[in-house]
Design a protein around this ligand. Structure first.
Ligand code: NDP
Ligand code: ZN
Length: 353
């Protein structure tokens, strides 16, 4: 079968031939329809994130996937069922986090991540998986189901953010999303029905397709080059909820200044090492005296995929069409991994229903 993989010492993903996987007992065989590409794939390709499966000289990419059950193989799934796989698998048999269905909270070393760290991904014509890691989705999501995994990361992050404010009466009216990449835009659309006023931070000039989407969602575009994060509360208003999806490390701390009293900032970006100066005393004091919370969130599991499915069903049709900007065949792998400001979510299509 065809697969898209990065090989040891290579800096570009290639199409390779691999034997199609045979499902073990207790596993289903899934035929891949579409796989989305995101920033994490580029980090894997560049060798900055994750690592190859033990003993292999290549890693099959892909973690944002929708597929169809080709052979349920005696599991509770049904042939023809559309599914989205989760990413983490236990190292060894299992561990407490997986037994509790909370692998997204597991410490590193206790799991591998398919397509990212230590396990092959889903960018191939077929893959196998135990059914507990396959989330059934509606048949009408064959084209847009690739958005379930990234949206599930937001579903989890927002769940934790709201839980952190659950000890008192908290009704957020305003939200700021830092970052206009795919994660930021999906989050902005998901927040549209939750809060009254939304803002989205980027660093692009108009005309730009992401700014068009921000404005079509009735959100306010904020350019970080002219309005630094710390000035947003003066120029616009303080926000109850801030969601960081830039990976720009200073934003983690600047978030404290943009929050209204009792607000929460949730951090998703995964920056590299970077030393810079901040007034730690002032930020510490501000967090304490204004009852603010800052929290980090990574990965997601089945409950968050279920939440993401519900959110996806509510997103407007125009938004889904505007966000999935490019669809390529596996043979067009070189084009698929080009980057550009006109691209938001790029997808590789292996097959259709
Ligand atoms: P992208 O890199 O596509 O998006 C980041 C966006 O932030 C880009 O549009 C970029 O603008 C913008 N940006 C970066 N720096 C600034 C700045 N100083 N001011 C204004 N805008 C800025 O990534 P994704 O959307 O896919 O993901 C966002 C982040 O979340 C990444 O760091 C990613 O690694 C992480 N991530 C975390 C997950 C988790 O579970 N915690 C899951 C998935 C992703 P421009 O394009 O113009 O450069
Ligand atoms: Zn991703």
């Amino acid at each position: 079968m065809k697969a898209i993989a990065v090989t040891d010492g290579d800096t570009r993903p290639q199409i390779i031939e691999k034997p199609a996987p045979e499902p073990d007992e207790g596993e289903a065989l899934v035929r891949t329809l579409r796989v989305g590409i995101d920033g994490t794939d580029f980090e894997v390709i560049e060798g900055n994130h994750g690592g190859f499966p033990d003993g292999d000289d290549h890693q099959v990419l892909g973690h944002e996937t929708v597929g169809v059950v080709e052979d349920a193989n005696g599991t509770e799934l049904e042939d023809g069922q559309l599914v989205v796989p989760t990413i983490r698998r236990p190292v060894g048999e299992s561990n407490a986090f997986f037994d509790r269905d909370e692998p997204d909270m597991a410490p590193s070393g206790t799991y591998v991540e398919r397509g990212i760290d230590g396990a092959h991904g889903f960018m191939a014509e077929y893959f196998t998986s135990p059914p507990r890691y396959l989330v059934p989705i509606q048949a009408e999501f064959a084209d847009v189901g690739v958005l379930v995994e990234p949206m599930s990361n937001t579903a989890k992050a927002l769940d934790h953010a709201f839980a952190s404010r659950s000890a008192f009466e908290w009704e957020p009216e305003t939200a700021l999303v830092l970052g206009n990449g795919p994660l930021g835009l999906l989050t902005l659309a998901m927040l549209d029905s939750t809060v009254d006023r939304t803002y989205c931070l980027g660093r692009r000039d108009r005309p730009d397709p992401t700014i068009d989407i921000i404005e079509k969602l009735d959100a306010t575009y904020v350019d970080s080059r002219t309005t630094p994060v710390a000035e947003i509360q003066e120029q616009y208003e303080p926000v109850d909820l801030a969601y960081e999806a830039t990976g720009y490390a200073k934003h983690a701390y600047e978030t404290v200044d943009v929050l209204a009293p009792n607000g929460v900032g949730v951090l998703l970006g995964i920056p590299g090492d970077w030393s810079f100066e901040i007034d730690g005393g002032r930020l510490h004091r501000e967090i304490v005296l204004s009852n603010k919370a800052l929290l980090g969130s990574v990965n997601s599991h089945v409950t968050h995929f279920e939440m993401a499915k519900e959110s996806l069903a509510k997103l407007p049709e125009w938004f889904l069409e505007d966000v999935i900007t490019d669809v390529f065949t596996p043979e067009e792998v070189d084009d698929a991994f080009e980057r550009g400001d006109d691209r938001i979510k790029t997808v590789i299509e292996f097959d259709t229903l």
